[in-house]
Design a protein around this ligand. Structure first.
Ligand code: FAD
Ligand code: UDP
Length: 367
């Protein structure tokens, strides 16, 4: 008999399992994939740590979370500064004085602000209600057209005017010449890859891979006093209130034979409508790699359908309302804890997942 059956060996499930084990609880972790780590999983190819499920850059403003993750790995000094490729024109991201200068030739913050204000007024945006209006209100129509609209509509498969504004607020807008994608105090990539972190969390804990909870639901539930569930919440309730929508992704990873440096940067976004992928990542640059090989991954977005990997919850009003109904059921479960990106239907980064898992631990065990 186990104290906890933990469904999902991703970051949420692994932090919970580690903390429960530390408190003397017996845990069984199951995952339907053939590896631990969920979406933070990295694997070695050509001596490079490849981010199998897309670029993962750890960043947080919270010192407690930074100290926590540093117990499991040493982090390098990588700072994310992606570039945007719009039909061969290169711009710095996030939107900052380098972007504004390249686009408009403006030199001072005052000139940049005036340009944005002028475009925002011309578009007549006063009270932004969706991603399109929010973007124009933050950076004006030129940047919206070249760097946001195409990327966003490929990524989400919907017009930007039908998407929630919060998505674009993830990106800083800065009136300084600073290409750091994040505002957070702490940032980096774990030396040795993310899988090593999860291995450390799960060492001494029983893990069963290639096990889909729904294929043996009753048998697995019978093994433990409580369940920590990190899969899709609507699936847990047999989709009784309908399906929650997601965006899925397809990753094409290639070992490049002819070059040791394919694009000169870890992340390049393709912001036009026509290029079918949203971004290419070149993994060696996350680690300042100097070897003679390089590995790249193209990221192709697609509509999620049952059976696909769910990557991004679509937190529009319609889906949030469906989620609210499932959450009501979940809140009334005595012996099941719902956590992580899928079970809470939230667009959470890694630091937020760790924060949420530690709150759950505190609720469950006290401090
Ligand atoms: P997951 O990693 O999804 O883990 C859930 C696990 O549950 C999976 O392993 C799954 O196989 C398993 N599972 C589901 N259903 C079942 C079932 N029925 N039976 C058994 N097992 C099941 N965050 C950042 O901080 N920085 C970044 O740069 C960043 N980049 C990202 C890029 C992409 C493309 C994506 C998709 C996410 C990114 N994130 C980033 C977010 C980060 O991946 C998540 O915050 C984190 O991985 C979520 O952990 P989780 O445990 O909640 O979910
Ligand atoms: N975005 C954009 N152009 C870019 C980068 C991002 O329009 O070059 C928008 C897009 O809608 C995206 C959102 O900003 O979904 C958030 O970007 P982020 O890089 O945080 O996405 P993630 O890494 O979570 O996929």
């Amino acid at each position: 008999m186990y104290d906890y059956l933990i469904v999902g060996a991703g970051l949420f499930g692994s932090v919970f399992a580690y903390e429960a084990h530390k408190r003397g609880k017996k845990c069984l972790v199951v995952d339907k994939r053939n590896h631990i780590g969920g979406n933070v999983y990295t694997e070695k190819m050509e001596d490079i740590h490849v981010h199998t499920y897309g670029a993962h850059i750890f960043h947080t403003n919270n010192q407690k979370i930074w100290d926590y993750i540093n117990e499991f790995a040493e982090f390098n000094r990588y700072t994310n500064s992606p570039i945007a490729n719009y039909k061969g024109e290169i711009y710095n991201l996030p939107f900052n004085m380098n972007t504004f200068n390249k686009l408009w030739g403006v030199v001072t913050p005052q000139e940049a602000k005036a340009k944005i204000e002028e475009q925002k007024n011309a578009a007549g945006v006063t009270d932004p209600k969706n991603l399109e209006e929010q973007a124009i209100s933050l950076v004006g129509t030129d940047i919206y057209e070249k760097l946001i609209k195409g990327y966003t509509e490929k990524q989400w498969g919907r017009p930007a005017s039908e998407l929630p504004a919060f998505i674009i607020k993830r990106l800083p807008v800065r009136f300084t010449y600073d290409n750091n994608y994040f505002n957070d105090r702490y940032q980096g990539i774990p030396i040795g890859g993310y899988t090593g972190i999860i291995e450390k969390m799960l060492q001494n804990i029983e893990v069963r891979l290639n096990v889909d909870f729904f294929e043996k639901r009753e048998e697995l539930k019978g093994l433990a006093k409580k369940v920590v569930y990190t899969g899709m919440i609507d699936q847990y309730y047999d989709y009784k209130y309908g399906i929650l929508e997601y965006r899925s992704l397809h990753f094409e990873t290639k070992v490049m034979k002819d070059t040791d440096n394919y694009q000169g940067n870890a992340v390049v976004n393709y912001t036009d409508q026509e290029t079918p992928y949203t971004r290419i990542i070149e993994h060696k640059h996350f680690e300042f790699g100097t070897g003679d090989k390089t590995v790249i991954t193209e990221e192709y977005p697609s509509e999620w359908k049952p059976g696909d990997e769910p990557y991004y919850p679509i937190n529009d009003d319609k889906n949030n309302e469906v989620y609210r109904k499932y959450k009501e059921l979940a809140d009334n479960e005595a012996n099941v804890i719902f956590g992580g990106r899928l079970a809470t239907y939230k667009y959470y980064d890694m630091h937020q997942i760790i924060g949420a898992a530690l709150v759950t631990v505190e609720k469950e065990f006290g401090s």
